[in-house]
Design a protein around this ligand. Structure first.
Ligand SMILES: C[S@@+](CC[C@H](N)C(=O)[O-])C[C@H]1O[C@@H](n2cnc3c(N)ncnc32)[C@H](O)[C@@H]1O
Length: 254
């Protein structure tokens, strides 16, 4: 039996998440139009093996373990908070900054409040329009520095090239830059948006596929930036023991 307090929290969460589901349903005719416009789209095959989220989380925890009392920046925080990771961050006395659209950060704040998570080490850097490059630039102006920066935002060239240049400047010498979705392409995203109404709803206003040619849509932009800018031209090295095909951990020269 749930205690009255837990029942209250359960219904608050149900209200927040149920409201989102209802919005998805109201928008579903627009999703059908998106599907019709992309009839004949070829879906990418899924890789077999360990769930990439599990290996990624293991790698993140190993890195956070080594920066007790330090600073951790996440660029692109996703639809829902990682409660367990944030609890771990609190236990290690790490200051966490999450960078994303205002609406996404506000939704995280609401969920963290419902879960009654201790948020004294948690803050958000929000952009109400444009991209997180603006907020990252402001952090640089304030002289902020981080031990670990996890870049997992838009994954595209025009948005993430400036963000990664800024992340490099915000990272302490010897610090770690974590890059997710190294094999991600715009074509892969389109497939996910065609398959899932909630994915389409979350990303529908964030991506303009026509910014890129068909060939550019099938290239992994983050991997290209990492190879050319960070490894070849900026002295970053890949930590092989913490990296996977989809997930790279790069160390900045000390
Ligand atoms: C893949 S999700 C991040 C997932 C998260 N790091 C995780 O581990 O679950 C990408 C995030 O980038 C954010 N994003 C994409 N474009 C953005 C922009 N122009 N400005 C701010 N945030 C953006 C999206 O709102 C989304 O929350």
């Amino acid at each position: 039996m749930m205690k009255p307090m837990e029942t209250k929290k359960f219904f608050r969460l149900l209200k927040v998440r149920g409201g989102k589901k209802l919005l998805h349903l109201l928008y579903s005719p627009l999703w059908l139009i998106f599907k019709l416009r992309n009839l004949g789209f070829t879906y990418a095959q899924k890789n077999a093996g360990e769930d990439p989220r599990v290996s990624k989380e293991r790698s993140i925890r190993t890195l956070l373990e080594g920066i007790s009392g330090g600073k951790f920046l996440e660029i692109g925080i996703g639809e829902f908070p990682h409660f367990e990771r944030l609890k771990f961050v609190g236990e290690k006395n790490i200051s966490y900054v999450g960078c994303d659209f205002k609406s996404v950060c506000e939704a995280h704040k609401e969920e963290l409040a419902i879960k009654e998570l201790d948020t004294k080490n948690i803050s958000f850097a929000m952009n109400s329009t444009g991209t997180y490059s603006w907020t990252l630039f402001e952090m640089l102006q304030r002289g902020e520095q981080f031990d670990v920066i996890y870049v997992d935002g838009h994954h595209t060239f025009y948005i993430d090239l400036p963000a990664i240049v800024l992340a490099d400047k915000l990272l302490k010498p010897g610090g770690h830059l974590l890059l997710d979705d190294m094999q991600w392409t715009l074509s892969f995203l389109k497939g996910n948006m065609l398959r899932s109404l909630s994915q389409w709803y979350f990303y529908r206003t964030m991506y303009n596929f026509s910014d890129y040619t068909k060939a550019q849509q099938s290239l992994p932009h983050i991997r290209m930036i990492a190879d050319e800018l960070l490894i070849k031209h900026s002295n970053y090295t890949k930590e092989e023991s913490l990296s996977f095909p989809h997930w790279w951990v790069l160390r900045k020269k000390a």
